[in-house]
Design a protein around this ligand. Structure first.
Ligand SMILES: C[S@@+](CC[C@H](N)C(=O)[O-])C[C@H]1O[C@@H](n2cnc3c(N)ncnc32)[C@H](O)[C@@H]1O
Length: 230
């Protein structure tokens, strides 16, 4: 994420839905000032403890809703969000907010899981992701994420992608999925392994079941409205 945003050392950076602040701390090594916001207090506490332990002076963490940011227009040079868009009820509203608080020559970057362009296959993955973690709302296909950038008047400057291989049992443990839900998720992924239903390409290695998540990072520049020539 930091490489994709390519920050200058004077940059003022905001990370949306920072969780325990992994990305924010990376930016703090390179930039003047970093703020992380999240709607949940518990991960923010972890982030604040780390700030104290490591004596990081140029970082702060605040509670806030990504859909309704308390910062003024043009407040930051870089506004980023990793692995959270699939948790938002209204990702377009969040991206609009990211654009609003970013200065017009600044950088907005979103990195998230993306799903198949085929709606039935996308729904299949979103279904098992949501059964595993009820806070998963909907991961978007890459084309929809790119469309959101244009709708929010952010000109895309780069698009990258990656593949994350998940060992299904470890991935379920991480989310503390209940035993019965975990059983349903495993069944869905096994069915997917047999019938190729989502594009996540599940596979067996010995007795262990794996699947893959596609991630996409989109970087863009918010346009001053007067300069838009649609
Ligand atoms: C999977 S974690 C990602 C944390 C971090 N971005 C990272 O990459 O490690 C998703 C985070 O989104 C936060 N979140 C969900 N909805 C939010 C909202 N409306 N506003 C702010 N944060 C939100 C959650 O509290 C959680 O900390």
């Amino acid at each position: 994420m930091v490489n994709a945003a390519d920050p200058s050392s004077e940059a003022r950076v905001l990370e949306i839905a920072t969780g325990p602040g992994h990305v924010a701390f990376e930016f703090a090594q390179k930039c003047d000032e970093v703020v992380g916001i999240d709607i949940t207090e518990a991960p923010l506490e972890i982030a604040r403890e780390r700030k104290q332990e490591q004596n990081v002076k140029n970082i702060s963490f605040e509670k806030g809703d990504a859909e309704d940011l308390s910062f003024g227009d043009n407040s930051f040079d870089i506004v980023v969000c990793r692995l959270a868009f699939h948790h938002f009820e209204n990702p377009g509203t969040v991206l609009q907010e990211m654009s609003r608080i970013c200065c017009s020559e600044g950088t907005v970057a979103v990195d998230d899981i993306t799903v198949s362009e085929f709606p039935g296959r996308a729904s299949y993955q979103n279904r098992f992701e949501q059964l595993r973690d009820p806070s998963h709302v909907r991961a978007l296909p890459r084309s929809e994420l790119l469309e959101l950038f244009t709708e929010c008047n952010i000109e895309v400057t780069s698009v990258g992608s990656d593949v994350v291989v998940q060992q299904v049992d470890d991935w379920l443990d991480l989310a503390q999925t209940s035993t019965s839900q975990a059983e349903t998720v495993r069944d869905l992924i096994e069915e997917d392994a047999n019938d190729n239903l989502s594009g996540t390409r599940p596979f067996w290695q010995g007795n262990e079941l794996y699947f893959t998540q596609q991630t996409t990072v989109v970087v863009g520049r918010p346009l001053n409205e007067l300069k838009i020539n649609k």
